[in-house]
Design a protein around this ligand. Structure first.
Ligand code: GLN
Length: 535
């Protein structure tokens, strides 16, 4: 079993997740089976209860795991489906150990961070290695070296190297190489300090990835090599890239793949980058251009909607179209009106929770419906469009979701089985569920299948009492769950493209297999733009 451990120094937000994903991609391209684990040293059990404004989007896996957004990057780069066990948190580790202690399984011993917590960390990692039968497991340790929180994890990684042997555990340290003055001299001191910190924990990195604006100069690489005791070839340059999907190729050109394969004594096929290069070529050479307005309340932190952004990037390559994203704060629509939406070729309302900004989303949906602008509403966005329709077409002025207000017309309401629940963590309808699609519908045209599987994360849904009325006024539900009681997709009959999904298509979008709904939205946006300019 082989492990690559990726740590980070100097500051957070260096793109460690992209480094991890890219290393994985490089090994995978050599025919190796690769899987990835993210360690999050926070005490939360999972990301489910975390505000997107702190850590970015909560990513959802097939099994319903609510996890760190880096797992989304791993899935997109490696084209794999991970389980929630691939996100290890301090919360999960301690909970297991404490529960074991309560059962008396430690037989009276003093339970300690070393060895009990570190054993549990290693147990979780090795379990994944065995269960996935991967040739290589890449482990990204979240946080920055030197944080108190990540100490037990780094200690466990040090032990892992001891137990598994030098050639089986490879340490990659990512750092920041800033350039301060106008001349742009690259500064290596922060890297030196952070490696020193790492070494004080008993870990000597095998490779250093230096994040910088421009490629690392030869002098910078030599300096880092000398001061950090890492061979020159193992000091890798990670300059700002035009697209994150180019990073594997940037690494590959520096011999990262060969170097790691050699050091870890692995053998593989000759890498084949044809598809990936074609993907990038189409992304970088667009033939058309459209602008999508994304209406949400977390728009000021772009990572809050990272899976939508990536899904649209995948579509951009697929349709060879430049997709400009206009981020629109729904609260601003409440203040300034829908003029903020003028000029967009499509409108997307992503998922969300809570009342703030909802009236703005409802107005955006109305604007799209009345002006026949291509529209996609996802989860909360789906629900907002349903409320809008109930208010302005069915005439129920007070129509609302019971998540947000008391109303006589609760067109969006709790699932019956959720009514008794008082906890917020892990109590939603989560993960992949089957959706039955009606033949002949637009949804069928888009998915070309009568059965699809998509990921969910919601507590509320369309109230069955109103379905007939919606249908008779043209809001048609063309996708339902297996029982036929949960509405999964709506499409508006008298509109070129007005579609909503209760599920989240963005989570399953992959570079070479873009989300069907996002693709259809942009296709429609292209037509809408053509029509606009010709009329
Ligand atoms: N807040 C809504 C619900 O719980 C929508 C959730 C979402 O958009 N992910 O149903």
């Amino acid at each position: 079993m082989k492990y690559i451990v990726v740590t980070g120094g100097v500051i957070s937000g260096l793109g460690k997740g992209i480094t991890t994903s890219s290393l994985g991609k490089i090994l995978q391209s050599r025919g190796l089976k690769v899987t990835a684990i993210k360690i999050d040293p926070y005490l939360n059990y999972d990301a489910g209860t975390m505000n997107p404004y702190q850590h970015g989007e909560v990513f959802v896996l097939d099994d319903g795991g609510e996890v760190d957004l880096d797992l989304g990057n791993y899935e997109r780069f490696l084209d794999v489906n991970l389980s929630s066990e691939h996100n290890i948190t301090t919360g999960k580790v301690y909970l297991t150990v404490i529960q074991r202690e309560r059962k008396g399984e430690y037989l009276g011993k003093t339970v300690q961070i070393i060895p009990h917590i570190t054993e549990e960390i290693k147990r979780r990692i090795k379990k994944i290695a065995i269960e996935t039968m991967a040739d290589v497991v890449i482990i990204e340790v979240g946080g920055t070296v030197g944080d108190i929180e990540s100490m037990p994890f780094l200690e466990a990684m040090r032990q892992l190297r001891m137990e598994e042997g030098e050639k089986n555990v490879f340490f990659v340290h990512t750092t920041l190489v800033p350039s301060l003055d106008v001349v742009g001299e690259q500064k290596t001191k922060p890297t030196q300090h952070s490696v020193k910190e790492l070494r004080s924990l008993g870990i000597q990195p095998d490779m250093i990835v230096g994040r910088s604006k421009e490629p690392l100069t030869e002098e910078t690489r030599r300096k880092i090599s000398l001061f950090c005791d890492v061979p020159y070839e193992a000091v890798i340059s990670a300059p700002d890239a035009k697209s994150i999907y180019e990073v594997p190729l940037i690494f590959e050109r520096q011999g990262v793949g060969e170097y790691i394969m050699g050091k870890m004594q692995m053998w593989g096929e000759r890498p084949d980058w044809k598809d990936w290069e074609r993907y990038l070529h189409r992304l970088y050479n667009p033939k058309n251009e459209v602008t999508v307005g994304i209406v949400g309340k977390y728009v000021h932190l772009k990572d809050s909607y990272i899976s939508h952004r990536e899904a649209l990037t995948h579509v951009a390559s697929y349709l060879q179209t430049k997709i400009n994203l206009r981020w629109i704060d729904s609260e601003e629509i409440e203040e300034k009106g829908t003029s903020l939406l003028e000029g967009v070729d499509a409108i997307l309302i992503p998922g969300g929770f809570g009342k703030r900004g909802t009236e703005g989303k409802i107005r955006a949906a109305q604007y799209a419906r009345e002006n026949k602008i291509p529209f996609l509403g996802v989860c909360f966005g789906f629900q907002m469009a349903v409320i809008e329709f109930a208010r302005n077409v069915l005439g129920y002025e007070d129509a609302h979701s019971t998540e947000l207000a008391k109303t006589n017309h609760p067109v969006i309401d709790l699932l019956p089985e959720q009514r008794e629940i008082d906890k917020l963590g892990g109590t939603m309808r989560l993960g992949t569920h089957k959706i039955i699609i009606e033949k002949g519908s637009k949804a069928y045209e888009i998915y070309k299948s009568l059965e699809i599987y998509e990921r969910h994360r919601h507590r509320y849904e369309v109230n069955p009492d109103y379905i007939e009325e919606f249908e008779s006024h043209g809001l048609h539900f063309s996708g339902k769950d297996e029982s036929g009681t949960r509405m999964e997709i709506f499409e508006l009959r008298e509109h070129p493209f007005f579609i909503g999904s209760q599920f989240h298509p963005e989570f399953k979008s992959r570079p070479l297999r873009p989300s069907p709904l996002h693709t259809a939205l942009i296709k429609s946006a292209l037509e809408y733009k053509k029509y606009k300019t010709s009329s």
